[in-house]
Design a protein around this ligand. Structure first.
Ligand SMILES: [Zn+2]
Ligand SMILES: [Zn+2]
Length: 339
């Protein structure tokens, strides 16, 4: 089968490799699309200088396709030919965190069990497949994974009806949060350096947009909230400046959710007093649970979260490297590789 393999920094090659063999309860899937995630691009272009990999690696986790072979052990609800989205996180169900419902922190997660990515075929246990309704295209279905992460994040935002949510960063993640927050009855303010991203935010229902450095985001948020600040701020872009601004623009008793990691790692001085005296909730969110993945597909299938406007490029497998370079340069929005 053909696959795009990562050899080392900035070195991706499309090659012919031996076909994958499904085991036990796994289905063999003809992969049709794989979304380029910033985490793939960090493997491709590591923030720290690094060596070529000891052996080439198949990467990519936002993949979807068609079942071509079912396990002999039983097909469950599935049939050959079913179009499916694949949850890459195989969880144990019995560790400390699974028993507490924090499946995103499963201690025995088996990320290597779901095999696939930027390739023609992949294997995954039936428990990790979700059947796609007819109206959901393969390119749209790759959003199940990042949207599941957003649903996990939304729970941490402590949004109430009528609250103002500021989203810093209008990439695909910020633009999905925007649509979820509108359904929670929030007024949503979106802040990004790129005017073309803010135009998409406006199309998707943003109430206000802020484009630094033309305007000071903290001053503008204060002006929009009678001087108080926003009840909730979501940081969907890495870096210490957005995190610092978030803490300045949040209202007392409000919440700041650091959704994005910062690469390379960076720190900033944090005054504990405002957190204490202003009773701020400072949180983060990471990954998702199987329920989030199921719910994400529902949101996409019903059109309540519109993902098509977030797709800027659809490229063939042979252009995987170009796809990575586009995401690295923050050109466009979501890049989808059609495998
Ligand atoms: Zn992802
Ligand atoms: Zn577990």
């Amino acid at each position: 089968m053909k696959a795009a393999l990562l050899y080392g920094p900035r070195d991706v090659r499309v090659e012919e490799i031996p076909p994958l063999e499904p085991q036990g309860d796994e289905a063999l899937i003809r992969i049709r699309a794989c979304g380029v995630c910033p985490s793939d691009v960090r493997k491709y272009a590591p923030p720290q200088p690094s060596e070529p990999l000891p052996e080439p690696r198949l990467i990519g986790h936002e993949w979807v396709g068609e079942i071509v072979e079912l396990p002999a052990s039983g097909a469950g609800e599935f049939q050959v030919g079913d179009r499916v989205a694949v949850d890459w996180r195989v969880i144990c169900g019995t560790c400390r965190y699974c028993r507490r419902g924090a499946f995103n922190f499963c201690l025995a997660a088996e990320p290597a069990r779901v095999r696939g990515g930027y390739a023609e075929f992949g294997c995954a246990p039936l428990s990790n497949l979700r059947r796609l309704p007819e109206q959901v295209s393969f390119a749209a279905a790759v959003f199940c994974e990042p949207l599941a992460c957003c649903l996990n994040g939304m729970r941490r935002n402590r949004l109430d009806f009528g609250d103002t949510l500021v989203i810093i960063g209008a990439g695909p993640i910020g633009l999905m949060h925007l649509q979820l927050a509108k359904q929670r009855g929030a007024r949503v303010v979106v802040c990004d350096l790129r005017p073309e991203r803010l135009r998409v935010a406006e199309e998707l229902g943003a109430d206000e947009v802020i484009c630094p450095p033309h305007e000071d985001p903290v001053a503008r948020v204060k002006a929009l909230t009678d001087g108080y600040g926003a009840e909730s701020v979501l940081v969907a872009v890495g870096g210490v400046e957005p995190a610092r601004q978030a803490l300045e623009m949040v209202d007392l008793n409000g919440t700041v959710n650091l959704f994005a990691g910062t690469y390379p790692a960076a720190t900033f001085p944090l005054d504990p007093n405002p957190i204490h005296y202003r009773q701020l909730n400072l949180t983060g969110s990471h990954d998702f649970s199987p329920q989030d993945f199921t719910a994400a597909l529902q949101f996409i299938a019903t059109g309540r979260v519109r993902v098509e406007p977030l797709i800027s490029h659809q490229l063939p497998l042979s252009e995987t490297k170009r796809g990575f370079d586009l995401v690295m340069a923050r050109e466009g929005l979501k890049v989808v590789i059609l495998c």
